[in-house]
Design a protein around this ligand. Structure first.
Ligand code: UDX
Ligand code: ADP
Length: 483
C-alpha cells in the first residue's frame, strides 16, 4: 500500500488529501499539522474549514484510509510520498520585505523530513513557492548524512475555494514538475499513478521543476490581472456613465477573451493572488528585470486603488465624514461560499472606515467574531504564520467598541446610515430591503462592491445607491470621491 503524508492541514492540504483518499482506496493518506486544534477539528463533526462537499468526502474516508494527526514525525517517517503544504508568508523584514516569500516553515519542514527519514522518499511541493525553491529544498534534503535519496517534485494546486471539491474531482489540469533525470522521471510517474486513478492522462501535464513552479505564479498573476483590468475599467465607467457589466459582457463574448474573471469587485482577495504576484515581482527584480517587475506590480496597485476608491466613495457621499455613523458591513469573507478571510478586501475597507471613526456592524454568515477582530488587528502579511506564531499588533487603528459583529443582516443594518456589501453571499440578494430601509437613518446609502443588489429597485425604495462601475446617482456625482 502506498503511503502518503501531507504536512499542513490547511485549505490546500486538507481537501486535496481527502479527495486523494476517496479516489485511491489503495493509498493510505495521513494529514499532519503542528496546530493541534486544527487536527482535532479535522477529526470532529465540525471541520476547520467550510467547503461545500468536503464533509461528505471526509466522512467517507476518515478512519479508513484517511487520518489526521499531530504526530508529524511518525507519519513522515512511514510515508513514500510527502506533500508539503505549509505557510509561505510574505517577508515583513529584511531582504525582500513586502515581496519575497519567507521560507522559514518550508525549510524547517524539509530539515525535519531529512532528520526523521529512514527510507528514500518523493517530496512534493504543494504550497505555492517561489521559483527555484525546489533547488534549496533539494540541498537541505540531500545533505543528510544517511545516504537516503529524495526526489523533489513541484505539484502546484489550482483549486479555488468554494469549489475546491469540484475542482479536485474534475481538474482542468494536474501539473507535475520534476528533474529530467531517470530518478526524477520515476518520481513523476509515481505521482502520476496516484492522480491517474481519477484524472484522464491528457489532463496530467509533466514539465521540469522550474516550469511547474513558475506556471503556478503565472496562472495566478494572469487571473488577477484580468480582475485588475476590469476594475480599472470600472473607475472609467463611473467617470463616463458607461456600465461595467455591459462592457464585461461585450468584451467577454470575444472568444479570444472569454467571459470568466471579468466581474468587477471591490478588489480581489484570498491567500494567493497578492502574495504570488509580489513573489513574481521579487523574482523579476532579482533576475534584473525591473520593467517586468513593474508591469506585474501594477496589478496589485490597481487592486489597492480599487479598495481605497471604494472607501473614499463611501466617505465622500456621506458628507465627507463617517465619524460616529453606523455603517453595516455585509460580508467579510474574500468571496462567497467560504469562511476564509485571508487578504479579504473587507479588511482594508473596514480599516479605512475605522480610521475615519465609523462605527461598524459586521455580518458574515461564515466568519466568526474572533476571526474578524483578529483580522482587523493583525498587521499586513502577518496572517500567514501558523496561528501560535501570529503576532498581534497592540496599536491597532481603532477602538474595539467601534466594531460589532452581529448574527444577521437585519441586526447589522438597523439604525445604520449606510450599508457596504463586500462579499457576494446569495442571501444578500433576497433580503427584504423595504424593511431594511425603514429601519435605517435617512438618507439611507447602500454601496455595493459585489453586484449583489438590483440598483434600480433599491432606488425606487428610496436608497442612494452606489454600485461599483455603474453610472452614478445624481447625489454621488455631486459628491465626488478623491483618491
Ligand atoms: C485562486 C485561483 O483561482 C486558484 O486557481 C488558485 O489555486 C488559488 O487562488 P481563490 O483565491 O480560492 O483561487 O479564489 P478565486 O475564485 O480565484 O477568487 C479570488 C478573488 O478574486 C476573490 O476575492 C474573488 O471575489 C475575486 N474575483 C474573482 C473578482 O473580483 N472578480 C472575478 O471575476 C473573479
Ligand atoms: P494553505 O492555504 O496553503 O493550505 P494554511 O495556512 O491553511 O495554508 O495551512 C498551512 C498549515 O501548515 C497550517 O495549519 C500550519 O499550522 C501548518 N504548518 C506550518 N509549519 C508546519 C510544520 N513544520 N509541520 C506541520 N505543520 C506545519
Amino acid at each position: 500500500m502506498v503511503k502518503i503524508c501531507c504536512i499542513g492541514a490547511g485549505y490546500v492540504g486538507g481537501p486535496t488529501m481527502a479527495v486523494i483518499a476517496l479516489k485511491c482506496p489503495s493509498v493510505e493518506v495521513a494529514v499532519v499539522d503542528i496546530w493541534d486544534k486544527r487536527i482535532a477539528a479535522w477529526n470532529s463533526d465540525q471541520l476547520p474549514i467550510y467547503e461545500p462537499g468536503l464533509d461528505d468526502v471526509v466522512k467517507q474516508c476518515r478512519g479508513k484510509n484517511l487520518f489526521f494527526s499531530t504526530d508529524v514525525k511518525k507519519h513522515v517517517k512511514e510515508a513514500d510520498i510527502v506533500f508539503v503544504s505549509v505557510n509561505t508568508p510574505t517577508k515583513t523584514t529584511g531582504l525582500g520585505a513586502g515581496k519575497a516569500a519567507d521560507l522559514t516553515y518550508w525549510e524547517s519542514a524539509a530539515r525535519m523530513i531529512a532528520d526523521v527519514s529512514e527510507s528514500s522518499k518523493v517530496v512534493v511541493e504543494k504550497s505555492t513557492v517561489p521559483v527555484k525553491t525546489a533547488e534549496a529544498i533539494e540541498k537541505i534534503l540531500s545533505h543528510n548524512s544517511k545516504g537516503i535519496k529524495f526526489q523533489i517534485l513541484s505539484n502546484p494546486e489550482f483549486l479555488a475555494e468554494g469549489t475546491a471539491i469540484q475542482d479536485l474531482f474534475n481538474p482542468d489540469r494536474v501539473l507535475i514538475g520534476g528533474r529530467e533525470t531517470p530518478e526524477g522521471q520515476e518520481a513523476i510517474q509515481a505521482l502520476k499513478d496516484v492522480y491517474a486513478q481519477w484524472v484522464s492522462e491528457d489532463r496530467i501535464i509533466t514539465t521540469n521543476l522550474w516550469s511547474a513552479e513558475l506556471s503556478k505564479l503565472a496562472a495566478n498573476a494572469f487571473l488577477a490581472q484580468r480582475i485588475s483590468s476590469v476594475n480599472a475599467m470600472s473607475a472609467l465607467c463611473e467617470a463616463t456613465g458607461a456600465n461595467v457589466s455591459q462592457v464585461s459582457h461585450a468584451i467577454g463574448k470575444d472568444t479570444r477573451i472569454g467571459p470568466k474573471f471579468l466581474n468587477t469587485s471591490v478588489g480581489f482577495g484570498g491567500s494567493c493572488f497578492q502574495k504570488d504576484i509580489l513573489n513574481l515581482v521579487y523574482i523579476c527584480e532579482c533576475n534584473g528585470l525591473p520593467e517586468v517587475a513593474e508591469y506585474w506590480r501594477q496589478v496589485v496597485k490597481i487592486n489597492d486603488y480599487q479598495k481605497s476608491r471604494f472607501v473614499n466613495r463611501v466617505v465622500a457621499s456621506m458628507f465627507n465624514t463617517v465619524s460616529t455613523k453606523k455603517i453595516a458591513i455585509l460580508g467579510f469573507a474574500f468571496k462567497k461560499d467560504t469562511g476564509d478571510t485571508r487578504e479579504t478586501p473587507a479588511i482594508d475597507v473596514c480599516k479605512g472606515l475605522l480610521v475615519d471613526k465609523a462605527e461598524l456592524s459586521i455580518y458574515d454568515p461564515q466568519v466568526t467574531q474572533d476571526q474578524i477582530q483578529r483580522d482587523l488587528t493583525l498587521r499586513k502579511f502577518d496572517w500567514d504564520h501558523p496561528i501560535h506564531l501570529q503576532p498581534v499588533n497592540p496599536t491597532s487603528c481603532f477602538n474595539v467598541d467601534q466594531v460589532k459583529v452581529v448574527r444577521d443582516a437585519y441586526e447589522a443594518t438597523k439604525g445604520a446610515h449606510g450599508i457596504c456589501i463586500l462579499t457576494e453571499w446569495d442571501e444578500f440578494k433576497s433580503l427584504d430591503y423595504n424593511k431594511i430601509y425603514e429601519n435605517m437613518q435617512k438618507p439611507a446609502f447602500i454601496f455595493d462592491g459585489r453586484y449583489v443588489i438590483d440598483a434600480d429597485k433599491l432606488r425606487e425604495i428610496g436608497f442612494i445607491v452606489f454600485s461599483i462601475g455603474k453610472p452614478l446617482d445624481a447625489w454621488l456625482k455631486d459628491m465626488p470621491a478623491v483618491v
